[in-house]
Design a protein around this ligand. Sequence first.
Ligand code: NAD
Length: 489
Amino acid sequence: MPASMNASNVTLSEQFIDNVWVPSRGNKYRPVLDPYHESLLAEVTCGDPADVDLAVIAAQRALPGWRATPEATRGEYLEAIASGLETRRHPLAELSTRNNGKPLAEAYQDLDDAIACYRYYAKVTVALGQRQGTVEEAGQRDLEARHYWDAIGIVGLITPWNFPLVSSAWKLAPALAAGCTVVFKPSEITPLPERVLAEIVMEAGLPPGVLNLLLGDGEGIGAPLSRHPGIDKLSFTGSNAVGEAVMSAAAQGVRPVSLELGGKSPILVTEDADLGLARDLVMAGICYNAGQMCSATSRLLVHERLADDLYSAIDAAMAELHLGAPMTQGTDMGPLVNASQRERVQGYMAIANEEGLISETPALALPERGFFVAPRLYREVPTTSRLWREEIFGPLLCARRVANDDEAIALANDSDFGLAATVVADEPDHAASIARRLEAGNVWCNSDQVAPPQGSWGGMKRSGIGRELGDSGLNAYLELKRITRPIKH
Ligand code: NAD
């Protein structure tokens, strides 16, 4: 295992700037934990605004060269990053599991998603080169107009802890493909897998300053990065509270933002849905990553004819889950990422008790150690309950029975959020007709939550601004320029 991945009890006090590790100016540290063993993996610097200054200067220096690098060459670098991840697939998946607590099989899926994303944008950047100079439909007089897409400049990228290497790939790959240079801040909770990117970048031979990686927390790095005048655009994934702070900071200097924020996504089960399929999709939507998913389908709206049977099937499936060591094969659910995340979820369980919410989910025995919370289904939760309205970010599912599709759709849309939704129906056409009426950026019909790189990801309403992945994900890092000139005769 390379030294960078052998993270036990190390102090991470350096920042990756200009392709070298330099000491952080910060003098505060935070523990990085293994959430299953509740043990210390490392201590990480909280960072310092002076680190941000240095990284921005490096990104500024690198911008002209990277912007001018032919798209096909940028694509080769992205392909090299994908290969770097692929070579380290096993140790990186293990490191991610140790740091985040997710079952190893899920960490492998993350790695594969990240690799696919870099590979996809390696191709997309070649296509970008081919569309530069597209001639506009013939217009006025003897003028010809052509369209060009320029890199937006230096971008600040900030990510959370729930999908290490994936959230970062969804930003880094299109930003680099577009020709932007980057200052990237991963979550201080899961820095271990993310910092290996520095090693991969060096191995891939990216020019110095193109990708700078700053370890630290919100105060030491996140806020100073958001307000830094040298940053031309911010792309943030995380909570709504911090998203609003990032957006306010970006208002200074009128800098654009992309925001991927929270969710309270519904899963709708119609009268004639297949019960087994509904149970499986409900379970995956609330139990994957222990429910720590922005797109967790945490509100179940089920037709009254199926409700009791589905509730019983979900309770039985939850009771059969194996909660345990995330590294061990056969574990269905690992611990939550840390003690404060567990306290947050337990806080909602206390509210459920105060509100007298009904749960018949059998109590699961929890492992002796680790920040575990057992999954639970609450039945007929009032729409005024905080459990129904707020993002919990854990394996707590709220359910209501409905009389028909119209009622389900109305309740599904009665939310501040609009990130995702699932519809389970007899016929895909029936499900799709419901999907068209839902206020959500992604709707899966009779399908699990696939998010391929050529797709799109992002939310309506308070779930965010903009889209990641696909062409939209690339356009988020580009400015369209129109050049008009007389036609040569
Ligand atoms: P968070 O908002 O606490 O932190 C996210 C990132 O912001 C971290 O890197 C953190 O250090 C940084 N940060 C903290 N304070 C900051 C500040 N003042 N300025 C700038 N940066 C700051 O979120 P989290 O707990 O890491 O992640 C969970 C949240 O992320 C949930 O709300 C979840 O829904 C959301 N999320 C959304 C998506 C999506 O695609 N929509 C994906 C994953 C997670």
